[in-house]
Design a protein around this ligand. Structure first.
Ligand SMILES: [Fe+2]
Length: 258
C-alpha cells in the first residue's frame, strides 16, 4: 500500500509550491500574532493541537455532517485571496482546503474519518516549519515538512512537534482522479489494528529528494536547508515537552486505573 507521494509524484506540486510564499504572507497579514502565541481563535478539530483557518472543510460522516464553505464568506475570501482562488479552481474535487497549524506536542495516531472512501489525496504544502525535532508518522515511517508531499490518510498516522514552536502548512485534499493518480483501496479497520506501535527509527525515514541528494553528497540531513521559509518565532506559552507530555499521560492513566 502506498503511504506517501513525494513532490515529483504529485502533478500539481510545482503549482502549489509556487503559491506557498503568498499563502504564508496572507496568513501572517491576517494573523500577525500567530508568531508570538496568538491564533487562539483558530478552529480546533478532533485534537487540541490541530487548529485550522480555512476556505473549505467537509466531513460527510460527522454527526451532523460538516460542510463549511469559506468561499461563501466575503471576509474570508478577502483575507486569503490566494487560498480562495486555489480552492475555487479544484472545488468539485477538493472537499478540504485550509491552513493547518500544528501546535507544539503530538496529534495522536488516527485515521481520517472524513475520507473513508479514500477518494482524496491529502497534500501538505509547507509554509513554516520550525527547526528541530518535528515530523509526521504514517504506519511507523517518519517524513518531515521540508518539502511538499501527500499521504494516504486512511492509514494510521500521527504528527509530532517537539520544537516548542508552531508549524504551518496549507493542507488540501484533491481526488486521485483529478490528479491522475492511481485510485487507492478504501479504509480497512483490520489493517489499522495490525500496525505495530510506533517506535522511532525502527523503519527508515521517508526522505524528500533534496534530503536524498544531501545524503549522497555526505552532507547529512542536518546540513539540508529547509525549503520552506524559517521565521523567527517566540516559543509558545504553555509548551509541554515530549517528556512532560509522557509524564502527564502516565499520571492520567494511573488516575484512570484507580
Ligand atoms: Fe490526520
Amino acid at each position: 500500500m502506498k503511504k506517501y507521494w513525494l513532490k515529483h509524484e504529485i502533478p500539481i506540486a510545482e503549482e502549489l509550491m509556487s503559491l506557498a510564499p503568498k499563502l504564508l504572507q496572507e496568513f501572517l497579514d491576517f494573523h500577525p500574532d500567530w508568531l508570538t502565541g496568538g491564533f487562539k481563535e483558530g478552529r480546533s478539530h478532533d485534537f487540541v493541537n490541530w487548529k485550522t483557518e480555512g476556505l473549505k472543510y467537509t466531513h460527510p460522516y460527522a454527526e451532523p455532517p460538516i460542510v463549511f464553505n469559506g468561499l461563501e464568506q466575503p471576509d474570508i475570501v478577502a483575507a486569503f485571496p490566494t487560498a480562495a482562488a486555489l480552492t475555487e479552481k479544484y472545488f468539485d474535487d477538493c472537499p478540504s482546503s485550509l491552513y493547518s497549524t500544528l501546535e507544539p506536542g503530538i496529534i495522536p495516531r488516527h485515521t481520517g474519518k472524513e475520507n473513508r472512501d479514500n477518494e482524496y489525496l491529502r497534500i501538505h504544502v509547507p509554509l513554516h516549519t520550525p527547526a528541530g525535532d518535528i515530523f509526521f508518522e504514517c504506519e511507523g515511517v517518519e517524513i518531515d515538512w521540508t518539502d511538499l508531499w501527500g499521504f494516504n490518510n486512511q492509514l494510521i498516522h500521527s504528527a509530532h512537534n517537539y520544537t516548542g514552536r508552531r508549524r504551518l502548512i496549507y493542507m488540501i485534499d484533491i481526488s486521485y482522479k483529478r490528479l491522475g493518480l492511481e485510485i487507492q483501496p478504501k479504509y480497512n479497520p483490520i489493517r489499522e489494528l495490525r500496525i505495530p506501535a510506533f517506535v522511532r527509527g525502527k523503519l527508515p525515514k521517508q526522505l524528500h529528494a533534496h534530503q536524498e541528494l544531501a545524503l549522497k553528497a555526505n552532507l547529512g540531513l542536518k546540513e539540508v536547508a529547509y525549503q520552506s521559509p524559517v521565521i523567527d518565532m517566540k516559543p509558545i506559552e504553555g509548551f509541554v515537552s515530549y517528556k512532560e507530555e509522557e509524564a502527564l499521560r502516565a499520571q492520567k492513566k494511573k488516575e484512570q486505573e484507580q
